[in-house]
Design a protein around this ligand. Structure first.
Ligand code: HEC
Length: 121
C-alpha cells in the first residue's frame, strides 16, 4: 500500500507544472476514453497515432502513420492550449480530421488528462 501511495505521489510530482494543476493519476482514467485508438507507448500506432511525447510535438509528426490531409496541413504544435481546444471539440479545431471523438467536455477531466499526457515522455 505504502509503495502504491509513493508511486502515485511520484507520478503527480513528475508531471510538473501543467495547465491548472491537473491530476495525472485521475487523468490516466480519463485516458481510457482514448485508449481504444491511442497507445501511450512509443512507436505503437493503433487507429490513431501513438501519443508518446505528444506534448510539445508538431501535429502529424509520427513517421509511417497515415494522417488525414487536414491534420497534415494544420500546422499545430501540441501545447496544452492547443490540446485543450482540439480535445474539447476535435472536428471544430481541425476541420476534416479523421479522429471521430465527441470531445472532453468537463474542465476537470481536461486538466487531469493534460497532466497525464504530459507524463508520456
Ligand atoms: C475513435 C478513435 C479515437 C479516439 C477515441 C481518440 N482518438 Fe485521437 N486520433 C484518432 C485518429 C484516427 C487520429 C488521426 C487524426 C487525423 O489524421 O486527422 C487522432 C489524432 C490525435 C492527435 C493528434 C496526434 C498527432 O500526432 O498529431 C491527438 C493529440 C489525439 N488524437 C489525442 C486524443 C486523446 C487525448 C483522446 C482521448 C480524449 C483521443 N485522441 C481519442 C483517433 C481517436
Amino acid at each position: 500500500m505504502r509503495k502504491l501511495v509513493l508511486s502515485l505521489l511520484s507520478v503527480m510530482l513528475l508531471s510538473g507544472p501543467v495547465y491548472a494543476a491537473g491530476d495525472a493519476v485521475k487523468g490516466a482514467k480519463v485516458f481510457k476514453k482514448c485508449a481504444a485508438c491511442h497507445s501511450p507507448e512509443e512507436g505503437k500506432n493503433k487507429m490513431g497515432p501513438s501519443l508518446f511525447g505528444v506534448v510539445g510535438r508538431h501535429a502529424a509528426a509520427i513517421e509511417g502513420y497515415k494522417y488525414s490531409k487536414a491534420m497534415k496541413k494544420s500546422d499545430i504544435v501540441w501545447d496544452d492550449e492547443n490540446l485543450a481546444h482540439f480535445l474539447k471539440s476535435p472536428r471544430k479545431f481541425v476541420k476534416g480530421t479523421k479522429m471521430s471523438f465527441a470531445g472532453i467536455k468537463k474542465d476537470d477531466d481536461m486538466n487531469n488528462l493534460l497532466a497525464y499526457l504530459d507524463t508520456l515522455k
